[in-house]
Design a protein. Structure first.
Ligand SMILES: [Zn+2]
Length: 170
């Protein structure tokens, strides 16, 4: 039996694609390289938007799924903000229970040394429903007595280069 504190920490990354809608290929190349440097294999993308009708071409419909391949992409509208459909303010996760699926996925891919990146369009984590999803994922992991960390993935654009980082944790 391992003591808590000696097990590996399960890390999920939260990302907002704002600004990358026209450069998804560049982003994916940069993030794959970033994960390799961090000691991981290619990450898995979990799309937590309620709807995929985006203005950003790279994230409209199945475009992002097509780019990274179906084995690296999951759409989980259950973790979307249901208030978007009704034009209400505030955040209401469509099915909070589905955070269990997200955590289970992350644990599954941890065995393959791959991290899950759950994403939405919004730039600011603090104002996006990603924050609620992160909270739910932490709660679910705690229930299972898993140690979990949510890294805030940032991807800066500099001289037409993509520079990812994940220095902050939620
Ligand atoms: Zn959002």
């Amino acid at each position: 039996m391992h003591k808590v504190g000696h097990g590996k920490v399960l890390t999920l990354l939260a990302w907002g694609y704002w600004g990358w809608g026209n450069s998804t290929r560049k982003f994916v190349q940069a993030i794959d390289a970033f994960e390799r440097k961090e000691g991981f294999n290619q990450p898995i993308f979990v799309d937590i938007r309620l709807q995929r009708s985006a203005r950003a071409p790279g994230f409209s419909g199945i475009n992002f799924e097509r780019l990274v391949g179906t084995t690296r992409y999951w759409w989980m509208p259950e973790l979307g903000n249901a208030n978007i459909a009704t034009n209400k303010d505030g955040i209401r996760i469509k099915d909070p229970f589905s955070a269990r699926t997200l955590v289970t996925l992350a644990k599954h891919y941890q065995r393959e040394k791959r991290r899950v990146i759950f994403f939405c369009a919004c730039e600011e984590f603090g104002y996006c429903h990603r924050k609620q999803v992160a909270k739910l994922a932490k709660k679910e992991a705690a229930r299972r007595r898993w140690r979990v960390k949510i890294g805030l993935l940032d991807c800066a654009k500099s001289a037409n280069r993509a520079i990812p980082s994940a220095s902050q944790f939620y």
